[in-house]
Design a protein around this ligand. Structure first.
Ligand SMILES: [Zn+2]
Length: 219
């Protein structure tokens, strides 16, 4: 993904709904990205900034005020901030409702960015910010899997809106990165790797694709 460049080079939707079998966990695959001058740090900041701008406008349209996250914390290994009684773990990104912050293992995420392309950052951060939105909307579901799939759907809807507005431009290969990244996204602290609890790769991809196709209102 790049910022504010000419029109969409490809639509993601067709490939997103194409079947792709991916196990949960980190999928290693060669990057198909053409990153150009983008850096990991730029992508992280851009993904956060654009996603929060998107949600600010969405909330405004509902007559509400979006509350930006209070902090965005890179950490290393086990040295992350705890969330209540729960310690941060390596290889994760998470939203903490108690402090209304997002934290992420920086080396892990940079590894995904290197291995899978920049699309990984544009899935993980909007997914986690989706949890911040759920907290503000006081969304509640009976099952954890529904929370996770809605966050995937929010991520898809956010990205399609940002692409449609020209804030983000997709590059060849981005759609594959996004699909693969869904299988690698964070949250293992709430049993992310358990397919029964979080949805199969197919469910997650379908949920992301629904948001991408129909917008966050369909989530
Ligand atoms: Zn999640």
């Amino acid at each position: 993904m790049t910022r504010a460049l000419p029109p969409i080079t490809r639509l993601l939707t067709g490939l997103l709904v194409a079947a792709m079998v991916a196990a949960c966990g980190v999928v290693r695959a060669p990057s198909m990205d053409r990153r150009g001058a983008d850096s990991f740090e730029d992508d992280v900041v851009t993904a956060r900034t654009l996603t929060e701008q998107f949600w600010s406008r969405q909330f405004q349209q509902l007559g509400r005020t979006y509350r930006p996250i209070s902090d965005f914390i890179p950490y290393s290994g086990s040295a992350g901030p705890s969330c209540g009684d729960e310690a941060a773990v390596p290889n994760n990104a998470f939203y903490c409702p108690l402090g209304h912050f997002i934290a992420f293992d920086q080396e892990w995420m940079e590894g995904l960015w290197s291995d899978m392309g920049d699309g990984s950052v544009y899935v993980i951060i909007p997914h986690e910010l989706g949890h911040a939105v759920q907290a503000q909307l006081r969304t509640s579901f009976a099952l954890n899997v529904q929370i996770e799939l809605q966050a995937d759907c929010y991520a898809g809807g956010t990205l399609s809106a940002l692409v449609a507005s020209g804030a983000l431009t997709t590059e060849p290969g981005d759609e594959n990165e996004l699909i693969r990244s869904l299988a690698a996204a964070g949250d293992p602290t709430d049993d992310w790797l358990n397919p029964a609890a979080h949805g199969t790769a197919e469910q997650r991809q379908a949920s992301f694709a629904r948001g991408y196709r129909d917008g966050v209102g369909a989530c």
